[in-house]
Each structure stands twice: as C-alpha cells, then as structure tokens.
Write a protein that binds this ligand. Sequence first.
Ligand code: CAA
Length: 285
Amino acid sequence: MARDIRNVGVVGLGTMGAGIAEVLARSGLAVTAVELDDAGVERGREHLRNSTGRAVAKGKLGETERDELLGRISLGTDLAALADADLVIEAIPESLELKAEVFARLDGIIGPETILASNTSSLSITEIGMHTSRPGKVVGTHFFNPAPVLRLIEVVRTVVTEPDVVTDVVEFAGRLGKTPVVMGDRAGFIANALLFGYLNHAVRMYEQRYATREDLDAAMRYGCGYPMGPLALLDLIGLDTAYEILDTMYHQSRNRLHAPAPLLKQMITAGLLGRKSGRGFYTYQ
Ligand code: CAA
C-alpha cells in the first residue's frame, strides 16, 4: 500500500528550500522546516513572506489563505523536530560533507519507513544515501527555480532505491501539482545535462565578445521563445551553483561541452554571483 505522506520536513531554507516549503504548504501539507541557526530561519521566513506577499498583491492569494499557508509551516533550528516526518527533503548548500552529516543525523532521528530526499543538482544521491542505514529509502527530488512556479520534479533513483519508494514519491509529486520524471543517478540528471551545455556555450560567446549580453539573451527569448535568455538565467540560478553543476558533469563525462567557461570562475572570484549578490551578467538593485 502506498505511503500516506502528510508530514513533510524541509532542511535548509535558502531560495530552493523556502520555495519547496511553500509548494508543500500550498498543497495543504504540514511542513516542518529546519535551518542551521536563527539567522537562517529569519532568511527563510523572509523568503516565504516575500513570495506569498507577491501572490497576495497580485490578487492570486487571499490574506486569510496566505496566513493559513504560512501557519502550516513551522520553522526552527532543531532536526529533532523532524522525528514524525513521513518524508524529509534536504535543500542545504551543495557540499557532500555537509549533506552526509545531515543525512547521518536524520537517519538517527526519523522513523524506519521515512523517505529521505535530496534536492541536490550536482551531487550523487547514491553517495549521499550511503551515509544512512537506509539507502533503499533515499531518492533525489530535484525542484527547479523558482520552485513555486516551475512544474518539474526530477525523481532520482539509485541502484538500491526501493521501487515502491520511487512510486510513492512520483505519486506525491503529482499531488503537489508537479510533473515528475524519473531517472538514474547521473550528474545533471535530465534537464541540467541538456541545459548547461547551452548555458556554458552562451558564456563562451559573451567571453569572446561575439555579441552583447542583451543580444545573446534577446536572440533566445525572441527567436526561440525561451522565457529568459541564457545569461539572465545564469544570474537567476547563481553563477557559483552553475559552476559546480558544470564542473561535476565535466568530471563525470569529460565532455568539453561542460568544461566551465573561464569567465564564470573569474566572475565568481570577483563576487559576481548573479541576483543573489546583486550583480552577475546584469546588475540588480
Ligand atoms: N517565487 C514565486 N513566484 C514567482 C517567482 C518566485 N521566485 N518568480 C516569479 N513568480 C511568479 C510570478 O508571481 C508570476 O505569477 P502569476 O503568473 O501567478 O502572476 C509568474 O511567476 C510569472 O512571473 P513574472 O510575471 O514576474 O515574470 P515572468 O513571466 O518573466 O516569469 C520566471 C519569471 C517564472 C522566472 C520565468 O522567466 C521563467 O520560467 N524563467 C526560466 C526559469 C528556469 O529556466 N529555471 C530553471 C533553472 S535550472 C534549475 O533550477 C535547476 C538547477 O539545478 C540549477
């Protein structure tokens, strides 16, 4: 019988974690969200307030509905609050060391049937799962930025993920109003493996002064109907995140398509990370 996933935990409340918590709460689920410290909790709260506030301002969400939605998310700093979760989704920074530690700690807190999921976009779900006593109950649930808007969830199964865990997570993704796709544990999964060669190519074209950033972006928006041009999209993703994804894919495949363009590294070193730092290929207030 399928698991009844009702209580969901989210670990990490950055852009992705807060977006995921919002998606879950919008579907009427009780969410327990955990951050490292009080400052992290406050940042997460701010993300949630801004995102739902925008929906209220646009008349898409009533004030009472917004309050109820936020009321379904409890925030804190103690992983022990996740003891009763049916599913925990981890969305902390992309470090195997940090994720391994969080998964090992969660393993000792949650019940034996609880599913552990990672939102990683560049690390191996198999390796993360091996830091628990239940690699069969570990999957990837890869959301896309902005999570409340984009419908895809990549459900990543490893060679040891139990088939019913994959089925239950796929069913659950559908309940969130998302479109799940399933794949094995390979760097880039499906979407990033296809997308990042293109993004990297755009950086190289810009680096070679082949065209201006505006013209590169306009070509793909108005010529191909993409919602954003590649350089604006890199600013949204974060240049540091993009670099890590490319670097991991390059090391796994040795495909030159994914060898990070040198300009990306230079911009990261100079603190130009995209929207989150106020400046990337474009400048944001
Ligand atoms: N949080 C919540 N809602 C948001 C949002 C956010 N951060 N950003 C935009 N929205 C909502 C808006 O409120 C608006 O909602 P309504 O239609 O209900 O009014 C809707 O999204 C459209 O937004 P806007 O009108 O402001 O702007 P837009 O039409 O230009 O859309 C966009 C903005 C949704 C970001 C769109 O440009 C887009 O889809 N861009 C492509 C994004 C993309 O490719 N993301 C994938 C990145 S790769 C990834 O995430 C994987 C990884 O591992 C790195």
